[in-house]
Design a protein around this ligand. Structure first.
Ligand SMILES: C[S@@+](CC[C@H](N)C(=O)[O-])C[C@H]1O[C@@H](n2cnc3c(N)ncnc32)[C@H](O)[C@@H]1O
Length: 265
């Protein structure tokens, strides 16, 4: 075979990383842009909170690698994931890094993009629907509401050093809605902080596996929520929502029933 300049160009991969937000779990809660990125990927690296149904969009020739954490399974360290992204992109071209929710909300998407950029990869990001917004919405909980809540905080319950985030103490002093991710292991401390801030009666919702068929939820107040969690056997991954918006949630069931009736009539 005689190699022309054009054929060499066609066979040289253009090393690229696209960090893609896969949404909160419901496979319909993904953007068109994300689907197009998955379709064009040569290699896909995905996390535990990504719905595997989304991999059906991948080309049959794409290499698909699970790099998330699962109990009892080998889990990749962040440095290994960074190296894998660069190695796969240099060898095969377009790597899609598929992450739960939005990759810039407690997702380390920026770190991976930075590393890829330093290694001369082309880089792009596709925003995703964060669980911080979508999971409360799925339960009819608006994060802001006129006359009820003017703002919301999205905070990690557990810091890199496995401590309770100091921001939770500041947020507990405010009138804002407080949305806590990765907080189930620190629920007792969170309850203590809000009680100390005089918020023992603040309404609380905990939603596990939101937007999926395994969704479970529990409602109470700061005073009662630990008992409710034990009773309902709620655990991670879950979102904790604290604030008056929780008791002002809208009933979605009747809305969807109305829509169905409307569609049928
Ligand atoms: C490392 S953070 C990633 C957040 C993600 N980047 C996002 O924007 O949704 C993982 C935490 O997000 C929350 N989370 C993600 N998906 C969830 C879901 N479907 N239901 C409840 N909580 C979820 C949990 O608190 C979980 O421990």
């Amino acid at each position: 075979m005689i190699w022309t300049l054009n054929s060499i160009k066609q066979h040289t991969p253009n090393p690229k990383l696209t960090v893609v937000g896969a949404g909160p779990g419901d496979p319909e809660l993904i953007t068109l842009k994300a689907i197009n990125a998955i379709r064009s990927a040569n290699v896909i690296l995905y996390d535990a909170l990504v719905n595997p149904e989304l991999l059906d969009y991948a080309s049959s020739s794409a290499e698909v690698i699970f790099v998330g954490k699962r109990r009892g399974c080998y889990s990749y360290q962040q440095e290994q994931i960074n190296d894998l992204i660069v190695a796969k992109a240099q060898r095969y071209g377009h790597v899609v890094r598929l992450k739960g929710g939005d990759s810039f909300v407690f997702g380390r998407g920026s770190e991976e993009l930075e590393f890829a950029h330093e290694n001369n990869l082309e880089t792009d990001v596709v925003p995703g629907i964060s669980s911080a917004l979508a999971v409360p919405a799925g339960q009819g909980i608006p994060l802001t509401m006129r006359h009820v809540s003017e703002s919301f905080w999205v905070i990690t319950g557990t810091t890199k050093m496995h401590q309770l985030s100091e921001d939770i103490k500041i947020a507990a002093q405010s009138t804002a809605t407080v949305v806590i991710l990765m907080g189930m292991g620190k629920l007792n401390e969170i309850v203590h902080v809000f009680s100390q801030a005089g918020k023992a009666n603040a309404p609380v919702a905990i939603i596990q596996n939101g937007s999926t068929t395994r969704e479970k939820s529990g409602y109470g107040t700061i005073d009662t929520i630990e008992a409710i969690v034990a009773e309902q056997q709620l655990s991670a991954p879950a979102i904790i929502v604290i604030g008056a918006v929780v008791e002002n949630r809208v009933t979605l069931k009747s809305i969807s029933q109305n829509l169905k009736q409307y569609a049928l009539s």
